[in-house]
Design a binder for this molecule. Structure first.
Ligand SMILES: NC(=O)c1ccc[n+]([C@@H]2O[C@H](COP(=O)([O-])OP(=O)(O)OC[C@H]3O[C@@H](n4cnc5c(N)ncnc54)[C@H](OP(=O)(O)O)[C@@H]3O)[C@@H](O)[C@H]2O)c1
Length: 313
């Protein structure tokens, strides 16, 4: 990846590194420290262009603050630990306080200083909890850059089987809470020209029978993503969604599958993914990190399938 950079807009470590690279317009390296080591010492002249080959993870802003509901399990926990390893400030939420504390400790273990990770227990079904999550985050970190709407539940059932309450329960978390979290965070994300990623599903694109409310909740989330992206593009805020295929997490068991049924399900669905397998949490985390990074600076309103080709099969 080549990043043309106007050095006059750089500050801090980025500027220092750029200045040290004056005589090497193109530098290949795997990390900031490696770049620092190989870059020659030069005088403090500001060039107009610097081309640096950075791997994806180095382009995530190391001090950026992420807030994401649904960080106590599966995909959210994976994203939290990946960002903690990058040194990003994190506000993470979930209903299960004990598990939330455990994830906070894992973030410390991954190298994040204690004051850079805030665990805020809360239930996204409650508007007052959504408001409190955003306010406590701002109170602690003073600004907000990135929102990852990851929390989700899976309510199984066909039109015949589902009650109206089941339908509401599904949409309340997967769609309404994502709407509310975006609404509450957006004024602060606009200030920092940050970014939003909604964790949707490939079932929004290609519904399957027996998951009616879930299919609908994620299709609505995709349209919400596109609509908000249009509304805030002129403010420099990007809004995208990712659409995973089947990923090994707790979500299906939480929806009522026992261990044996889950094993059989995984075995069956792997052949529905052209790559011949189901996905893992790291593969989804990497896609989210890409979308919030500067590597995706010209991407907004996108719904990115991370599904081994399932949606085109
Ligand atoms: N796994 C897949 O195959 C797959 C495929 C496509 C899309 N997705 C999507 O990926 C996202 C993450 O799912 P996952 O597979 O990682 O599932 P998971 O392991 O069940 O994790 C779900 C997360 O959402 C949180 N959550 C659920 N209801 C909540 C509520 N009312 N308030 C606050 N937090 C709540 C849970 O935290 P607490 O329980 O602590 O509240 C948990 O951290 C979901 O949006 C899901 O729809 C998953």
């Amino acid at each position: 990846m080549i990043l043309p950079t106007n050095l006059s807009s750089l500050s801090g470590l980025g500027r220092k590194l750029a200045l040290r690279c004056l005589h090497k317009p193109t530098v290949k390296c795997r990390s900031y420290s490696e770049l620092w080591a190989i870059a020659p010492d030069v005088s403090e002249t500001v060039p107009s262009l610097l081309a640096i080959h950075f791997p994806l993870k180095e382009t995530v802003w190391p001090t950026t603050l992420f807030i994401f509901p649904g960080a106590t399990s599966g995909i959210g926990k994976g994203i939290a630990l990946a960002l903690a390893a990058e040194g990003c400030s994190l506000a993470i939420t979930g209903r299960n306080e004990r598990v939330l504390e455990e994830v906070v400790r894992l973030c410390w273990k991954a190298g994040l200083p204690q004051d850079k990770v805030l665990g805020i227990p809360g239930d996204l079904a409650k508007d007052e909890d959504c408001e409190r999550i955003v306010l406590e985050t701002l109170d602690h970190f003073k600004s907000l850059h990135i929102l990852i709407n990851n929390a989700g539940i899976l309510v199984r059932g066909s039109l015949e089987e589902l009650s109206a309450d089941d339908f509401d329960r599904q949409l309340n978390i997967n769609t309404r809470a994502a709407f509310l979290m975006m609404k509450l965070s957006l004024p602060y994300i606009i200030k920092t020209k940050g970014s939003i990623v909604n964790v949707s599903s490939n079932l929004s694109i290609k519904p399957i029978p027996g998951y009616l409310a879930y299919n609908v909740s994620k299709a609505a989330l995709d349209q919400l993503t596109r609509s908000v992206a249009l509304e805030v593009a002129d403010k420099g805020v990007r809004v995208n969604a990712i659409n995973p295929g089947v990923i090994v997490t707790e979500v299906h068991k939480r929806a009522g599958m026992d261990d044996k049924t889950y094993e059989e399900f995984l075995n069956y669905v792997k052949d529905l993914h052209p790559l011949g397998r189901v996905g893992n949490v790291e593969e989804v985390s990497r896609s989210v990190l890409f979308l919030v990074s500067q590597n995706a600076s010209f991407i907004t309103g996108a719904t990115l399938p991370v599904d081994g080709g399932n949606s085109i099969f």
